[in-house]
Design a protein around this ligand. Structure first.
Ligand SMILES: [Zn+2]
Length: 219
């Protein structure tokens, strides 16, 4: 009997995937060179020992910080809806850790997001809601746009009776530079459907996200 033909598949690199999605995307070497330029611009020497691997580390960090460009949040939501079995009460996911980067200074925005929706006839796994927050966060952002994008994606895919997103975050461009105001957080919200039209629904949501942690968070 003949051996089955084994064709060896070369692993697809990040760069190959990226250039398929985004033709004209700079190469990794070009990105690393840009980091070297910035190091020189700060006044340091990119060839000294401590900095020699920095450009490649920075570029790898960028792959994580900005991985959200390569993922479609609506597709993530679409994958896992189920019938609700009559559950039609509010679903709230609160205190979702949020890490993003401001599009004006490319420095961190750190905070938390609270996401709620009133199911129509579909619900989604709660990990998917957190994932949607993460995908939009891993892009260059302003907080207002981030808040709206998360709410709109949930509205668009699940068609719930309402969506609410509240984000509370500190902007390092305000705390470590510029006006230097540590401890200041910015709060943004986007309310759709029942959360916008019905004050009682909105109040219930605001009460749920502002009540003290139950202690369950340590479970
Ligand atoms: Zn900024």
């Amino acid at each position: 009997m003949k051996d089955p033909v084994v064709t060896e598949q070369k692993p697809v690199t990040y760069e190959e995937v990226a250039s398929r999605r985004q033709p004209g995307k700079p190469s990794r070497a070009e990105a690393e060179e840009a980091v070297r330029t910035l190091i020189r611009w700060t006044g340091d020497d990119p060839t000294r020992e401590g900095l020699i691997d920095t450009p490649s580390r920075v570029v790898r960090s960028y792959e994580e910080f900005y991985e959200g460009y390569d993922i479609d949040p609506e597709e993530v939501l679409r994958r896992t809806f189920e019938e609700t079995d009559g559950y039609d009460e509010m679903v709230v996911l609160r205190d979702i850790r949020l890490e993003s980067h401001c599009e004006h200074h490319m420095v961190p925005i750190i905070g938390k997001a609270h996401v709620a929706y009133l199911p129509g006839n579909r619900v989604v796994g709660i990990s998917k809601l957190a994932r949607v927050v993460e995908i939009y966060s891993r892009r260059l952002q302003i907080q207002e746009k981030l808040t709206a994008q998360i709410a709109n994606a949930i509205q668009e895919v699940l068609h719930p009776r309402g969506v609410a997103v509240v984000i509370e975050a500190a902007h390092q461009c305000m705390t470590t530079r510029g006006v230097r105001k540590p401890g200041v957080t910015m709060v943004t919200s986007r309310m759709l459907g029942a959360f916008r039209d019905n004050p009682a629904t909105r109040r219930e949501f605001m009460a749920l996200i502002s009540s003290p942690a139950s202690g369950l968070s340590n479970v």
